[in-house]
Design a protein. Sequence first.
Length: 478
Amino acid sequence: MKIRTRFAPSPTGFLHVGGLRTALYAYLYAKKNNGDFILRIEDTDQARYVEGAVELIYSTLRDAGLIYSEGPDIGGQYGPYIQSLRKLDYLKYAKILVEQGDAYYCFCSKERLEELKEQGATKYDKHCLSLSAVEVEQKLASGVPYVIRQNIKKGVSTYTDLVFGEITIDNDELEDNILIKADGLPTYNFANVVDDHLMNITCVMRGNEYLSSTPKYNLLYDAFGWERPIYIHLPQIMKDAQHKLSKRFGSVSYADFINQGFINKAILNYVALLGWSPKNNQEKMSLEEMVELFSVEGISRSNAIFDLDKMRWLNSLYIKELPFDEFLRSATTWLDKSCAYNKYNYALLAKLIQGRIETYEDIIEKVAFLDEFTEYDLALFTNIKQKTSIELARQILPQVLEVIINLEETEFVNDALYSSLSALAEQVGIKKGQLFWVTRVALTGRESTPGGATELAELLGKTSSIARIKFSIDLLNK
């Protein structure tokens, strides 16, 4: 049997990391088993449809590298790919169930259903199942609005999930869910079963919140005489032990993280670790390595906690390993956003920051000192480890200024600056680290900077470096 998995998102907005993880695991399972990974758009909930969301799903999967072999935008020998285009097909299958007694027409009004809830009912009471065939035909002929409900019969339902094992549920716990809505469109509960069968899907992956509703789907498979798929239910992704990861807690979508300067490969890598780990406990993996290492046995039953710090750390590894030219191209976009940095040497600046950021967005803070140089806390000159002080800064900075003034423009590069200032440190009898600390503070007004004193002086240029050191000397002598 050839493995065929699918990713079936609803076009209701950005692609949540939970959805991306489902797509990734479905892709990995298919590719590991030489199978097919397929995309289907589940858009029967028209009230929640967001314009442009379908195109965003396409672009996100492509950008993440999850290339599907069949989908709405590339076609294939199987179907369907977009549910809303097949309204009559679902109705046809629903009517088959009605004829078999596995579904029935329900004409209950919204008022009656609300009344049931007010009376404490937790599920539909099968009221319309007792209607005679004549009554049903009369109501249909009169145009009375209706839905079609699944007829859940008494018994016990059991199935095996590859992660959670054997699941058994008493059918009395299941409701006669709506299969076809009043607008003629199918519900998810019905459409996903019909489509998975028509698309020859052999393995269904989805969140573990569907563990208890899967028996309803199996009853539909059994009613049609169709083969059930393999089930792999995935642990939930949580913000913390009590809360699911959701938009109200901040960024949760692939697009959010791209906009914050995360690298697509790093996002995918981290998402892979949210509920799965390879046997060798490797954390940094390419997509190809994930395919090689993926196994269902590595999927956890426990919910995964989304750790933004770990994701940032992982992203920093990808940034550090980028070829410099590739990093510079991406960094340039962020440097252009950051005020007037275009007057600086981007290549030189990029070399300073590549190993010092976790995301591209960090660039904005890292280089803020270039255009933001005003009065700062003189306590920055005091560093216990370096054994520096405000008094040392007052004594040494005028001499640093003299060295810098005497350097030719052609000598105003890191190596010459480093050599000249090192010689000054030896001349006055202090350690190089002490001199470089007070010089760096005098040039930037910051405790943390992307580079040392001489690297930053080269970046700022002679004129600006002189002006900043003079400013700092005046500040020290106020």
